[in-house]
Design a protein around this ligand. Structure first.
Ligand code: GLN
Length: 247
């Protein structure tokens, strides 16, 4: 029997990789490998196309405004393809600066609007106060059995993101700023896209979320997640530790 294989596209790893965002890709690789799943990672930078590959998971990290301008320019070329994939329920994790660019635009200070790809019904405007610190939130979508899933992470952004009517927040903030420091929500969820402000990295400290992304990517291909119990001792310790830190 051929082994299970997933293809991951890591967008702009050189331009958007702050606060260890790459750790999300490493976590997905580790957790796939531990279950006998091949996760092939392809990095895609400016000027590089999606190479006609049938990707199952996309990841894009965060970065500063200057890098976001470069990425925004290149994303306009890939816009149609990415929007189609998102509509076709590809799994997509987008963090901070990358999350902002999946929306309509990011307006940085007095500067011009940095266009996004308009895959998500949201926009972002720079506020005059940075939201920096550890975040504790509760995923809106309930786990099977009805328990809310707690998510921890680290945020550092001045952008304030506002969601439109056709998109749901990813989580409810318990501690931290979240999307805009006003409405009590964090991130966005649309089809299989998870947009979030949480770095830190996110997935190493939230292994249940990493597994959810892998499961969704497999299910999209009609495959089941292999039942392999992993030892999450370190991951759970890190998760617990952040839960007790103060914003
Ligand atoms: N430049 C954006 C902001 O401050 C994104 C920052 C980030 O990706 N950490 O809102």
């Amino acid at each position: 029997m051929s082994p299970l294989t997933l293809e991951l596209a890591y967008l702009y790893p050189k331009l958007l990789n702050i606060y260890g965002d790459k750790g999300n890709v490493l976590t997905l690789s580790f957790r796939c490998k531990s279950r006998g799943i091949n996760l092939n990672v392809t990095t895609i930078g400016p000027g590089e196309n999606l190479q006609g590959k049938d990707f199952d998971i996309f990841f894009i990290g965060g970065g500063q405004d200057q890098q976001q301008v470069l990425v925004s320019n290149d994303l306009q070329i890939k816009k149609k393809e990415l929007v189609n994939l998102i509509e076709n329920e590809v799994v997509f994790l987008a963090v901070c600066g990358g999350y902002q660019l999946l929306g309509k635009y990011y307006k940085a200070g007095e500067g011009a609007e940095i266009p996004g790809i308009e895959a998500l019904d949201l926009y972002t405007v720079a506020g005059n106060k940075r939201m920096i610190g550890n975040v504790l939130c509760e995923e809106i979508e309930r786990k099977e059995g009805g328990h809310p899933s707690l998510i921890v992470g680290f945020e550092n952004h001045s952008g304030k993101t506002f969601l439109g009517n056709s998109i749901k927040p990813f989580a409810k903030v318990i501690r931290g700023g979240g999307n805009n420091g006003e409405d009590g929500f964090e991130g966005a969820r649309y089809k299989n896209v998870f947009g979030t402000y949480l770095h830190g990295s996110l997935l190493p400290k939230n292994p249940h979320l990493a597994d959810k992304l892998i499961r969704l990517a497999l299910e999209r291909k009609g495959l089941n997640m292999p039942e392999v119990a992993l030892d999450d001792g370190f991951e759970e310790t890190a998760h617990r530790k952040v839960k007790t830190l103060h914003y």
